[in-house]
Ligand binder design. Structure first.
Ligand code: SF4
Length: 434
């Protein structure tokens, strides 16, 4: 979602005459998009802003703006901590970035906008795809009403707001016309899409409408909340051809006691029930998840239940983190804080276990033929190109620029820790099409 907000901000500034540059020395404006979901992300943002501040001392005309969740949380306090910041743009005020840059150029000191609006600007702003863009993000909602005990999102992104479906379809139509083949629908909790809208719509119905958009070959979405995965959504994987068989479904902890303290609204058994429901429909479904280790009060026994769940599900990938207090959240006031060394020990153990499963899953694809949407040159450049399977695995293989934007069949020859290697085949049977 932050990546999409950065793209939207860049699009707005391009309309103002700015151009993106990879060289900070020639920048007239540096806009830092910040995250505060974990303490480490916040520290990284402060440290980067400090580095730009030093650079700005040598380039007084340079404008430095901050946006995103940390900007929302800190507001005008940011100017006290980092006086070299010129403007602060909160999470609902994305459309005001060009105005604020103009105000700073005109001599106004420290404009800031962190007001919550009825309808956040990131849902109203469209930005055209860049030439040759094959996969795009589309915001369908913003904010969250779930208030998980550890999470700062409801406080910095505001309450849940959905975007009218006609507006989403219109944007996706225009992306398709511009040659985009894949869209990823974004929201803090896409499964509850539609709540509060006047029209009769929910997430599976939105997917059906999007499935009918000509030219869009692949639809993905993130992030899903397990409690809101409905039977209708599970069926959508069977009914909508363009909906890719891949799901990111955070489980966070395997212990029901911890899940309750997290205010997650489901048990481990219910989570496993949803996984079974999904896999009974799409056996090859690609699955990834988020996990927090060392939540306040998590005992060794609780942690073992997290490990047990990983072993039962065998995810394709997992994003795992050590718990850190986020000021203002319920969990920041919880007792039973887990020692940092113990948190690190649990995280290392878990990541090693998951790395084994990820490799196993990738190796299991060796010999299969996968549909791959080619997105561009591989990191090492030509003669290799890169793309993703419907199950969201990165595949590198020999090819040229004529393949960009095309879906081709690739026989997987090697499964590695983070990607697959393959060779293009003509008309081979697709054995696994996750
Ligand atoms: S559902 Fe996600 S975004 Fe919402 S409070 Fe929970 S963790 Fe945060």
């Amino acid at each position: 979602m932050n990546v999409r907000d950065s793209e939207l901000a860049a699009g707005l500034l391009e309309k103002e005459g700015y151009r993106l540059t990879g060289n900070p020395a020639e920048a007239d404006l540096v806009l830092v998009n910040t995250c505060t979901v974990r303490e480490k992300a916040e520290q990284k943002a402060h440290s980067f802003i400090g580095r730009v501040g030093k650079f700005k001392a040598k380039r007084p005309g340079l404008i430095l703006g901050v946006m995103g969740c940390l900007a929302q949380q800190w507001g005008r306090e940011f100017f006290k901590r980092s006086p070299y910041i010129d403007f602060v743009c909160g999470t609902h005020a994305l459309d005001r970035i060009p105005d604020m840059a103009r105000e700073v150029r005109a001599g106004k000191k420290h404009p800031a906008d962190t007001a919550f609006r009825d309808y956040p600007a990131s849902l109203a702003v469209h930005s055209p795809p860049h030439p040759g863009e094959i996969a795009s993000y589309v915001n369908i909602m913003q904010g969250c009403d779930n208030f998980c005990a550890y999470c700062i999102v409801p406080y910095v992104r505001g309450r849940e707001r959905s975007r009218p479906s006609d507006d989403i379809i219109d944007e996706v139509d225009r992306l398709a016309e511009a040659g985009v083949k894949e869209v990823t629908l974004l929201g803090q909790n896409v499964n509850s899409y539609g709540t509060g809208l006047e029209e009769d719509i929910n997430f599976p119905l939105l997917l059906k409408r999007l499935g009918a958009v000509q030219g869009i070959e692949r639809i993905r979405f993130t992030t899903s909340h397990p409690k809101d995965i409905s039977e209708a959504l599970m069926d959508a994987f069977l009914e909508i051809d363009s909906l890719c068989g891949y799901l990111h479904l955070p489980f966070q902890a395997g212990s029901n006691r911890v899940l309750k303290r997290m205010n997650r609204g489901y048990t481990a058994e219910e989570y496993l029930g949803k996984i079974n429901g999904l896999r009974s429909r799409v056996p090859s479904l690609g699955l990834s998840t988020d996990i927090i280790v060392g939540f306040p009060g998590e005992s060794g026994e609780d942690f073992q239940k997290t490990i047990d769940l990983i072993e039962k599900v065998r995810f394709d990938n997992a994003f795992s983190f050590k718990y850190s207090d986020r000021p203002g959240t319920a969990a920041a006031g919880y007792d039973g804080k887990v020692d940092e060394i113990e948190k690190s020990r649990r995280l290392t153990y878990l990541q090693k276990l998951q790395a084994g499963y990820t490799l196993e899953k990738n190796k299991a694809l060796e010999g299969t033929v996968q549909e791959v949407l080619v997105e561009g040159p591989s990191k090492g450049g030509f003669p290799n190109v890169t793309g993703r399977t419907r199950g969201n695995k990165v595949v590198n293989f020999q090819g040229d620029a004529a393949l960009f934007g095309k879906t081709v069949l690739v026989k997987i020859t090697h499964g590695f820790a983070h990607s697959l290697r393959g060779e293009m085949v003509q008309g081979g049977d697709v054995e696994s099409c996750s």
